[in-house]
Design a protein around this ligand. Structure first.
Ligand code: IPE
Ligand code: IPE
Ligand code: MG
Length: 242
């Protein structure tokens, strides 16, 4: 099993996959269930996808779990999503730790209840030396918020205008030290970025599927990886065939 320090990655396999886990609500409504049942089903699926990523040799997985805009949902849904995060940590942390998953958080923790913040920090601390898969959980995350925060911190640090570079900005983001996502998957068919990794996605490949997140299993992930392997990433240059 390759580890994160593996320095001869296969260019056909994405090193970093990011997923906009969308469609939980519609999955539930279609079954006549409350939206929160869809979110619970979504977390069940997450466990399968994490296992599959470990198996496929992915080094970094970033998942969009709660956006800065999701606070605008009905209060029962927001509090339900908070409870689900807490339950997932309680239920899955030991297993994830055993599997060698390193948990990280991107976004702002401050707005979460203090006991939930503690749970997240404990999970990060416990797993910080694991190196099979880095799992970045985007929770209370917004791409614009991340950039605003980076600018504020650069100004506070007294960074001179001429020292502001691509690399420096990247180092001030929540994702500092993490390579940009090679592949971004969005489930449920929406064709938009919804404030996710707007800086880091500059040259990411996209895979969009109509499948709702709770139904996006290992086979679909494999399809996304196969599609990725066919892509030619040109980064604004010309094709090597030309
Ligand atoms: C994605 O599913 C999960 C979160 C945003 C928390 P949605 O809840 O957005 O599901 P749809 O888009 O309404 O179906
Ligand atoms: C994006 O999905 C956020 C997450 C998956 C956490 P949304 O359902 O919130 O996005 P929009 O509102 O359809 O753009
Ligand atoms: Mg949605």
């Amino acid at each position: 099993m390759p580890s994160i320090s593996d320095n001869s990655p296969d260019p056909k396999v994405p090193r970093h996959i990011a997923i906009i886990m969308d469609g939980n609500g519609r999955w539930a409504i279609r079954r006549g269930l409350p939206r929160l049942a869809g979110h619970r089903a979504g977390t069940e699926n997450l466990r399968r996808i994490i296992e599959a990523c470990v198996e496929f040799g992915i080094h970094y997985l970033t998942i969009y779990a709660f956006s800065t805009e999701n606070w605008g949902r009905p209060p029962e849904e927001v509090s339900g999503l908070m409870r689900i995060l807490e339950d997932v940590i309680d239920r899955e942390l030991n297993e994830l730790h055993k599997e060698g998953v390193q948990l990280r958080h991107i976004g702002r923790l401050e707005r979460l209840a203090p006991h939930l913040q503690e749970k997240v920090l404990h999970a990060i601390e416990l797993t910080k030396h694991n190196d099979r898969l880095v799992l970045n959980v985007a929770f209370n995350y917004g791409g614009r918020d991340e950039i605003v925060l980076a600018i504020q911190r650069m100004i506070r640090d007294g960074v001179a205008a001429e020292d502001v570079t691509d690399e420096l900005v990247s180092r001030y983001l929540f994702t500092a030290g993490v390579p940009d996502p090679d592949l971004i998957i969005r489930t449920s068919g929406e064709l938009r970025i919804s404030n996710f990794l707007i800086w880091q996605a500059a040259y990411s490949e996209w895979y969009i599927t109509p499948t709702y997140w709770p139904d996006f299993g290992k086979d679909e992930l494999k399809k996304a990886l196969d599609a990725y392997a066919q892509r030619e990433r040109r980064y604004g240059k010309v094709s090597i065939e030309d």
